[in-house]
Design a protein around this ligand. Structure first.
Ligand SMILES: C[S@@+](CC[C@H](N)C(=O)[O-])C[C@H]1O[C@@H](n2cnc3c(N)ncnc32)[C@H](O)[C@@H]1O
Length: 266
């Protein structure tokens, strides 16, 4: 994606050895009172925002990334091992951007399941050509154990209730040796980069949704999008939670200082 002003790094960060056996839940961000009052209202609110914005989602994401989002997603999926014949589950699939990339690559011998709690987003995914969809959250998927070679999740990690439970569930559905690939935006460490990205994602992008799509719901969703990035737990916590769930060779690959690609082997 083209966030040129904040291009700064491309690095691989290996997870340190797990230091804690704390079993308390790990929410990706605290309660965001501007949108919902209590943690148990979060999923319903998030689903409502995505359902209402589903017809506008592909447009706003494409504009937001200056048209480069598809190429980046495809490069990341292939760089991390997407190949013909694979069994893939894409969680938080939304309108199916990653699932469609997977479908094109795995071919007839493979399988791709697109999982998402928002029926509106999955309706758009089917319209875009996704063949197998499943309405579910990432922490509780009605799928058998040991089925998939690759589990992908694009920009949806911030929407699960508990990272620890979710990663245990991911490991359950992956075959032994299967890979988890989590794509996320991480708030820049650099102050100037942070304020530029905040201005763009919390100010400009929501305003474009309002002006060009006449959608106050999408305007709100895009503000929420940034607020979850700004308040997200640090990358180290995500790496720790992957390790605690039993993933091996846990790594974070960083592109341009803000695109985090978390991987681990089941
Ligand atoms: C920003 S969209 C990402 C869509 C797509 N993966 C992409 O790369 O553009 C986030 C998606 O996460 C979904 N989502 C919300 N809560 C979720 C949960 N608890 N588990 C899995 N996905 C969730 C939303 O419905 C939405 O479709």
């Amino acid at each position: 994606m083209a966030f040129a002003p904040i291009l700064s790094e491309c690095a691989i960060v290996k997870s340190p050895a797990s230091e804690s056996s704390d079993s308390s839940p790990l929410a990706p961000h605290p309660v965001l009172k501007e949108y919902y009052a209590e943690a148990d209202q979060r999923q319903q609110r998030v689903d409502a925002m995505f359902n209402a914005s589903a017809p506008h989602y592909d447009w706003i994401i494409s504009v937001m990334s200056f048209g480069s989002g598809h190429r980046y997603r495809s490069e990341a999926m292939h760089r991390h091992g997407l190949a013909e014949g694979m069994q893939v589950v894409d969680v938080g699939s939304g309108t199916g951007s990653l699932a469609l990339i997977a479908q094109q690559t795995v071919g007839e011998q493979g399988r791709v399941v697109a999982v998402d709690p928002s029926e509106g987003m999955l309706t758009e995914a089917k319209r875009n050509g996704v063949t197998e969809t499943l309405v579910a959250t990432g922490d509780r998927m009605p799928l058998d154990d040991d089925q998939f070679d690759l589990l992908s999740m694009g920009y949806a990690l911030r929407h699960v209730a508990d990272l620890k439970d979710t990663f245990v569930e991911y490991r359950r559905v992956l075959k032994s040796g299967g890979k988890v690939l989590l794509l996320e935006i991480t708030r820049p460490k650099n102050r100037i980069g942070f304020h530029l990205l905040r201005f763009y994602l919390r100010g400009v992008v929501p305003l474009m949704a309002r002006l060009f799509r006449r959608s106050p719901e999408t305007q709100e969703l895009m503000r929420y999008y940034w607020d979850t990035i700004e308040n997200c737990v640090p990358p180290e916590s995500i790496l720790e939670a992957l390790k605690a769930a039993g993933f091996k060779d846990v790594q974070r690959h960083v592109v341009f200082g803000i695109f985090s690609e978390y991987t681990g082997l089941a």
